[in-house]
Design a protein around this ligand. Structure first.
Ligand code: NOJ
Length: 750
């Protein structure tokens, strides 16, 4: 005890001195880094091999977010300095408890507390896929900032987010946690989320470390089956999956999580090409890599390691810095070093990366700096958080149909028949991967009753079995009402990790109910509540209006009412294609040109029995107003990086203010390799008053025109391109452009 006090006493003045120097002479970033290096080097000199390995170990606490693991006497391990991080500890009281244990260790190296803060913390935000539908990067950043604020105030240092995996297959329930099917848009969202979580300064007690996951290609499991193998060429990876990871790293993400799946036949967690060659060497990633939950131990199940010892060896060699939950590093790494099978330099590099993040958070200066009860009380579930959640939720909804302008509801609507148990379930509103305080979530039922209209509520169907209940009463209510609002969908827990489904259609009973309600002649609005694209052909045909609300979190009810009554004009667009039929899955807009392009004749890329077209294409979403687009024109570039500019004028021709997401798609007309029929390469969300017009100009640089080769070179080939500008991936006008030969093919390393 005396010994540890002495060491701590030695650490503190150094850190305190550095804080003084920073404020007094405004140290340059370089000087700060040098100071950090000196501090960490000096600390590492004092560490035993076991203490070093301890920093690479992360253990779960009270509850698990994966299979149960044996943690042994983890309190003792923490007090001995053999644990670097814990997951799933939350709240100032709890984190303080464990940090105090860590302060009993010889060198008093603080613990790092990580948690899946995925869509808000106690104040729940829309599921990430829903939030991505906003196409509003400022709103997305605001959501992450709020989640960081609340969780940091609750003692958490690190979120395992954002998940940036591109997903094309709606059977894979985890698409709910990402930004959809497009790599260009996914990259923009990744940057916004990293900025939101980390802010400008990790030492700010209202920011947290972010984690880009799951590296790599976790969003492409074969047949959409969770945890399944991934099989793709490097070129396919680079052009369709890689950008969001890279963008997150470039935005400064402090950590990366390796994926459960294999990549090019090697499990990602021990994949040297991924973790060392691409991530650390080519991209210069300076943070640390954590495994997914037990994924180092699972290398044995992949049959790529005989036992935990071999897994440890492969992990450290590949560049895996921290192991989540499994016992490979803690059990074997020190022995492997002592036996000369692993160089201590590899361990040192991993330790340094982890200590650096602890240093940046200011934990060496004060291990308890995130443990303020007063701050926790003031920030968590604050009015500011709820205002942020409402703002983001309103922007996340997508209007899919509005026949006869049923929406927005007019002041003449005095009686609403609200049908569907989902509209009344706070638990479902908060959805999967939620940390939200359900007692403070506003359901649609609650919000509507406060709206000053008569609400005739009926469950409509059994939430667990989907069986239609009380049909007679429901129909009676509907006949009495001015409008029927029917909440249908999949349950909040149905999408997320381990939620792959072979059938993503909305229950037949729910759809029959919509048909029965619509047959009454009462205008019928369907609210589609889901965490992924679903198939609901009967319901969407029967309904007059369809609003996709996803799962919106704590302010769901208020946000939905604001859109129903037109206080907010919906502006979301689909970040994933909605299939018409299961047989089309995976369906995505940026499919490649084939030798026999789709057409109605024989011998073409199509199905015999179902159309190629989706129910709703990527980028689709309506507004209560209308927008018109001028024909796009190509303007000259700047003679430098900007090859050309594409200009379009967008006008609000309706009588309401509204927002539009102007989308630019590009096709390479002739290339040395097969290229997609179109790729999103620019978008702008603009707000227009009635009658207002705005010029939108997109710069065309190499980033819009090039592609990656199998060896990860980025090339831009001169020749013909088509630019398409419009309201979604199917509705646009085109203009041609030729990139002249200048210095031949441009080529650069990713
Ligand atoms: C497994 C998930 O794949 C990962 O995203 C998550 O962060 C960990 N479990 C920890 O809960």
């Amino acid at each position: 005890m005396v010994g540890c006090r002495l060491v701590f006493a030695w650490l503190r003045p150094l850190a305190a001195a550095s804080a003084f120097m920073i404020s007094a002479w405004a140290l340059s970033a370089q000087d700060e880094d040098r100071q950090m290096d000196r501090f960490i080097s000096s600390l590492m000199k004092k560490m035993t091999l076991e203490e070093k390995v301890g920093q690479l170990v992360q253990i779960p606490a009270n509850f698990t977010t994966g299979p149960e693991v044996k943690t042994g006497d983890y309190r003792k391990a923490i007090a001995n300095g053999y644990v670097g991080s814990m997951l799933n500890v939350e709240g100032v009281a709890e984190t303080r408890k464990y940090q105090e244990l860590a302060m009993q260790s010889r060198l008093q190296i603080p613990l790092l507390f990580g948690k899946d803060v995925i869509h808000g913390y106690r104040t729940g935000f829309p599921v990430p896929l829903g939030e991505a539908a906003s196409f509003d990067l400022e709103a997305i950043e605001r959501a992450a900032r709020c989640a960081a604020r609340e969780s940091a105030a609750s003692g958490i240092h690190w979120t395992f987010a954002p998940m940036v995996d591109v997903g094309w297959d709606a059977r894979w329930g985890r698409v709910m946690e990402g930004a959809g099917e497009d790599p260009y848009y996914g990259a923009a969202v990744a940057r916004a989320r990293v900025r939101g979580f980390q802010g400008d300064d990790l030492a700010d007690t209202l920011t947290i470390l972010s984690c880009i996951k799951h590296f790599a290609a976790y969003g492409a499991p074969i047949a959409g089956k969770e945890y399944n193998s991934v099989d793709m060429s490097m070129g396919q990876f680079a052009n369709f999956y890689m950008l969001p990871y890279k963008a997150g790293i470039e935005a400064g993400a402090a950590t990366v999580m390796s994926a459960f799946n294999d990549f090019c036949s090697v499990p990602s967690t021990v994949n040297r090409q991924l973790l060392r060659d691409i991530l650390k060497d080519d991209w210069g990633f300076e943070g640390f890599v954590v495994s997914d939950y037990y994924s180092l131990g699972e290398v044995i199940n992949h049959r790529c390691a005989a036992d935990t010892r071999e897994a440890a060896l492969k992990g450290i060699e590949a560049g895996l810095d921290m192991e989540m939950s499994s016992p490979c590093y803690s059990g074997h790494l020190a022995d492997l070093v002592r036996e000369g099978l692993v160089s201590e330099k590899l361990v040192d590099d991993a330790v340094r990366r982890i200590l650096e993040q602890k240093y940046r958070l200011g934990l060496f200066e004060d291990p308890f700096r995130y443990c303020s009860e007063a701050r926790e009380k003031a920030i968590v579930s604050s009015a500011q958080s709820h205002a942020d959640a409402l703002y983001v939720s309103e922007r996340s909804m997508v209007l899919l149909k509005n026949a006869g302008d049923i929406l927005p509801l007019s002041d003449d609507v005095k009686t609403v028949a609200l049908v569907g148990g989902l509209s009344k379930s706070a638990h479902d509103m908060c959805a999967k991967w939620s940390c939200a305080d359900e007692s403070r979530a506003v359901t649609l039922y609650d919000a509507m009753r406060k709206r000053g209209v008569e609400v005739l509520y009926s469950d409509g169907y059994n939430l667990d079995t989907d069986e239609i209940t009380g049909l007679e009463k429901t129909i009676e209510d509907v006949r009495r009402a001015d409008v029927a609002v029917v909440a249908i969908g999949e349950r909040g827990e149905y999408s997320g990790e381990m939620r792959s489904r072979g059938d993503i259609a909305i229950a037949a009973e729910q759809q029959e109910l919509v048909e029965a309600i619509a047959r009454t002649g009462t205008p019928t609005v369907v609210l589609l509540m889901c965490g992924r694209p679903v198939i609901f052909n009967e319901a969407r045909e029967a309904a007059g209006a369809v609003l996709c609300t996803w799962w919106l979190g704590s302010e769901a009810g208020n946000a939905i009412c604001n859109v129903l009554w037109g206080d907010y004009n919906p502006s979301g667009k689909l970040p994933m294609t909605f299939p018409l039929h299961h047989g089309q899955i995976p369906i995505y807009y940026q499919y490649k040109s084939t030798g026999r392009p789709a057409s109605n004749g024989w011998w073409h890329a199509r199905y015999m029995d179902i159309p190629n077209e989706p129910a709703y294409p990527f980028g689709y979403g309506l507004s209560y107003t209308q927008f018109s687009y001028s024909s796009p024109e190509v303007l000259p570039g700047d003679g430098g990086d900007v090859h050309a500019r594409v200009r379009v004028e967008v006008s609000n021709t309706g009588d309401r203010a509204g927002e539009e997401v102007v989308q630019l798609y590009v096709r390479d007309e002739v290339a040395s390799v097969t290229r997609p029929v179109k790729e999103l390469k620019g978008f702008r969300k603009i707000a227009l008053a009635p009658g207002e017009s705005l010029e939108v100009v997109f710069d065309i640089t190499d980033a819009q025109l090039g592609f990656y080769t199998e060896s990860l070179d980025y090339v831009v080939e001169p020749g013909d391109f088509t630019f398409m500008v419009g309201t979604d991936s199917e509705h646009f006008e085109s203009v041609a452009f030729t990139l002249e030969e200048r210095t031949g093919k441009k080529k650069s390393k990713n």
